[in-house]
Design a protein around this ligand. Structure first.
Ligand code: WT7
Length: 650
């Protein structure tokens, strides 16, 4: 971009009034695979034709007989009769091409360590692990749980599972042993793959101790595979009977392995996420449609070319990590950078140092990380050369204007468009997002992608007028859609499909559409909090509090936070004799407030960040005894309480 363009863009930003448009420069347009955004969206009008066309980019063992089967909705089926394998498409097919010696994954961390694996090297490692899993008795359809940091072995293990048709379930390495137990027992895994620890802000977080604690309550697990990632274990003697080092496990395994012929609708993975009730939801994704959806959206939204170096900071314990840090870039034959550690250690320039060192071209992260880094000022983005960056991306929560502007000016130097991508664990793929040639409006994820249909509706499912807030629904099936909640079809139907008329998927988000058809997300309609982009269910937090002897009852709401988006605010009815600011009666001098913080963190892990705790005498409830968090939220925001007719007593 030349100087004049740059200054006009900056000018525009300076004059921001909430709905200004930022257009891409000529270089972005010249490079773009999709040159005409509107036309591409039009192509998606016939969803079956569009997605069938996109499915052609993959290598199918057998093509599908039918693109979409809607006969048993909401149990939609995509690419019915198609046979395919993810690992084959992500790895094996590339080693027959000139990509064979291209770097597939580039691992680095906050210490500056580096591991590069070419497609061929990754292929061999996956095969060894696949053979090892087979030797452990893992068959098609069996589940394998993982509790691993972002490290090459995680990528290898996930792909090894998909190779032999095992269903993987990655658990975010920041979750507590309570959460691990719940997630392993729900799917009855026979094998768990974990690591000794993970690097975080100069320390090593012990993961093995979490697994040790969890294993006391996981009767189905026969083998624990331990990656000696940080090198804490020197000796086999340190291990227990059913534990084996990853290195030892794959030792001597053959470096070739067959690819299980998977039906397009065979399960691929289960990933847990929070909902409105206490129990986490096991979101089940299947094979063919998921692959088509993520490969297409990554290519179109981030304009992926062969020479790109893609970096998504999303951890593989979440959907962003599955779809866009690992699978989609490999399905496109790209190079994906995986990073382990904090964004601000050894200093807040660590990410920019990596961008400069490797020449990262596409960078995808969460607004909360940007807001965190903004606090350290502009010094660090100026220390490094960020000229290699071509496109930036945002995911996880609405991006506020200040963070957008900082990203655009400080990281992208007003040259790089920002792709704000709206989607969910359940959708599997980007749903509302621009493409690089699009005119952007900071804070809006713009329009539904081609082949994606959404509407904003009222309680009855009737579309609301432009400019009016309503429930965001998806009106037609899409290929990467989750197929169910594991072992809980009733909840699947209840939570997502029964609320609105026929075939409308309830996202749980509120939104409005502006005059130009751009979508603005306006928060959640359910009791799910978004803390640093992570979903945390209010009920989960309440149960964690309630399990403490000092607490009688709890109500939890989200409280605005400038960095994390939301934090937990807890209203507690304490049992008699307890006081938040007096020592907890356990003999120590810990104040109850601190003790509760520790207790909640122990049950939910560090994702549940507590902002405030207040002790109250009563909680607003419906006549049937349900807590009305809405009332607490409105009071907190100083708003009108709305309809209080169902309220028992104020
Ligand atoms: C919820 C889904 C999608 C991967 C990471 C989060 C919120 C997500 C955006 C965005 C506004 C967003 C929504 C959504 N959300 N992306 N670009 N703009 N809100 O996945 O944990 O399943 O959370 O995150 O509320 O429903 P998730």
């Amino acid at each position: 971009m030349d100087k004049t363009e740059k200054s006009t863009d900056q000018q525009k930003l300076a004059n921001h009034n909430g709905d200004q448009v930022v257009s891409p420069n000529n270089k972005v347009i010249e490079r773009a695979i999709v040159k005409d955004w509107d036309r591409e969206i039009q192509k998606g009008e016939d969803i079956e034709k569009y997605w069938a066309m996109e499915a052609e980019q993959l290598d199918w063992f057998k093509k599908w007989d039918e693109v979409l089967d809607e006969s048993e909705k909401p149990y939609y089926k995509w690419f019915v009769g198609g046979k395919i394998n993810l690992a084959y498409n992500a790895i094996d097919r590339w080693i027959k091409t000139e990509k064979r010696n291209k770097i597939a994954i580039l691992y680095t961390n906050e210490r500056g360590d580096e591991i590069k694996l070419t497609y061929y090297e990754l292929y061999r490692e996956i095969n060894k692990m696949a053979n090892a899993l087979l030797n452990l008795g893992i068959k098609k359809g069996d589940t394998v749980s993982m509790y691993l940091p972002m490290c090459p072995e995680l990528v290898i293990s996930m792909l090894a599972c998909t190779k032999i048709g095992a269903v993987h379930s990655a658990i975010y390495s920041g979750l507590s042993s309570v959460a691990v137990v719940e997630r392993i027992n729900d799917i009855k895994s026979k094998v768990v793959i974990t690591a000794d620890g993970t690097y975080r802000r100069g320390k090593i977080i012990n993961l093995k101790s979490v697994i040790d604690e969890a294993m006391l309550q996981c009767p189905t697990v026969q083998t624990v595979v331990l990656v000696n990632h940080t090198g804490r274990y020197n000796d086999v003697a340190d291990l227990r009977g059913n534990e084996i080092f990853y290195e030892r496990l794959i030792e001597g395994e053959g470096d070739s392995c067959y690819n299980e012929v998977m039906d397009a609708e065979d399960p691929l993975f289960i990933l847990y996420t929070s909902g409105s009730t206490g129990k986490p939801k096991g979101v089940l994704h299947t094979t063919g449609g998921y692959m088509v959806g993520i490969a297409t959206t990554l290519r179109n939204v981030f304009d992926i070319h062969d020479n790109d170096l893609w970096w998504s900071t999303g951890d593989a314990g979440w959907i962003t990590g599955h779809s866009y840090t690992i699978y989609a870039p490999l399905l496109l034959g790209s190079t994906t950078l995986i990073y382990e550690g904090a964004p601000d250690f050894p200093d807040p320039g660590v990410w920019w140092k990596i961008v400069e060192k490797y020449g990262v071209t596409k960078f995808y992260t969460a607004p909360t990380a940007i807001r965190h880094l903004m606090r350290f000022g502009k010094k660090y983005t100026k220390l490094y050369n960020l000229d290699s960056l071509k496109i930036l991306g945002s995911v996880g929560e609405p991006i506020n204007y200040e963070a957008w502007k900082w990203m655009y000016e400080e990281i992208g130097k007003c040259r790089t468009p920002i792709m704000d991508t709206w989607w969910q664990t359940e959708t599997g793929m980007h749903m509302i997002a621009p493409m690089p040639v699009a005119d952007l409006k900071p804070g809006s994820a713009t329009k539904p992608l081609p082949g994606v249909n959404i509407a904003i509706v009222d309680e009855e499912g009737a579309e609301v007028k432009k400019g009016k807030k309503g429930y965001l629904v998806i009106t037609k099936p899409w290929p990467a859609m989750f197929r169910s909640l594991y072992n809980d079809e009733e909840r699947f139907e209840e939570v997502y499909w029964n609320h609105f008329p026929d075939g409308f998927y309830k996202t749980g988000d509120m939104a409005r559409m502006d005059e130009d058809g751009y979508i603005w997300i306006e928060g959640r309609s359910d009791d799910v909090l978004k803390i640093a982009g992570h979903r945390v269910g209010a009920v989960e937090v309440e149960s964690a509090f309630n399990s403490h002897p000092s607490v009688n009852e709890t109500a939890v709401i989200g409280k605005e936070d400038p960095v994390k988006g939301q934090l937990i605010k807890a209203f507690l009815i304490l049992n008699s004799g307890y006081d938040l600011d007096l020592p907890f009666k356990d003999g120590s001098n810990t104040m109850l407030r601190e003790e509760l913080k520790r207790h909640v963190r122990h049950s939910l892990g560090p994702v549940a960040v507590l902002g405030e705790m207040v002790s109250v005498d009563s909680l607003p409830k419906t006549k049937s005894g349900k807590i009305m968090r809405r009332i607490l939220k409105a009071k907190e925001a100083g708003e009108d309480l709305g309809d209080t007719s169902t309220l028992d007593d104020l």
